[in-house]
Write a protein that binds this ligand. Structure first.
Ligand code: HEC
Length: 158
């Protein structure tokens, strides 16, 4: 019977690892910001209300991605299609034009590419059954999220 020996050893190992990861002396407090944390992103000035409207869309896209991956994991293509269609071009067109006018051209292009990708996933999962191409499309679509977040941020206008 090795169990009684094995488990205490495992427990000890785990607790040592957890202890090693614990911040000591308040973690990063008091230390200078690391060089790579400097924020060089380009600012897009928006009013607080405008920022809220765009942020709500962003959160919807994140929610769509969660539901898409959930649907794929359950082999439920109808759920995938419905989740994707919530973040398609229709959503973007619901954003007031005075907000969209404030976006730089490259920002609008990346935004549009994301919404079109969601529409494409919604269309293709109405008939397709294979999750692999959907995951590939989702991954490609998410390159836009990553690329745009690396370059832009919003800041209040006053
Ligand atoms: C065209 C540019 C662009 C694209 C594409 C984009 N985002 Fe964003 N997103 C932003 C900007 C800018 C912010 C605000 C960041 C800041 O001000 O710090 C933001 C913020 C967010 C937030 C935070 C919202 C909040 O409540 O504050 C989430 C979540 C998010 N994006 C998810 C996504 C996801 C998921 C995708 C891809 C499906 C995506 N975004 C695609 C530009 C973009």
């Amino acid at each position: 019977m090795r169990r009684p020996v094995f488990f205490p050893v495992l427990a000890l190992l785990l607790s040592t690892t957890a202890f090693a990861q614990m911040p000591t002396g308040g973690g990063n407090v008091g230390k200078p910001m690391p060089e790579n944390a400097r924020d060089n992103r380009q600012i897009i000035p928006l009013t607080e209300a405008e920022r809220s409207a765009v942020a709500a869309e962003m959160r919807q896209m994140l929610a769509s991605i969660q539901s898409i991956t959930d649907g794929l994991s359950r082999d439920d293509m109808q759920a995938v299609s419905e989740a994707a269609s919530k973040s398609g071009m229709a959503m973007m067109q619901g954003l007031p034009p005075q907000i969209r006018m404030k976006f730089p051209a490259a920002f609008s292009q990346m935004g549009m590419a994301s919404h079109k990708a969601f529409d494409q996933i919604a269309r293709e999962t109405k008939t397709g059954k294979d999750p692999v191409p959907v995951l590939r499309q989702l991954s490609t679509a998410m390159q836009n999220c990553v690329a745009c977040h690396a370059v832009y941020r919003f800041a209040p206008t006053n």
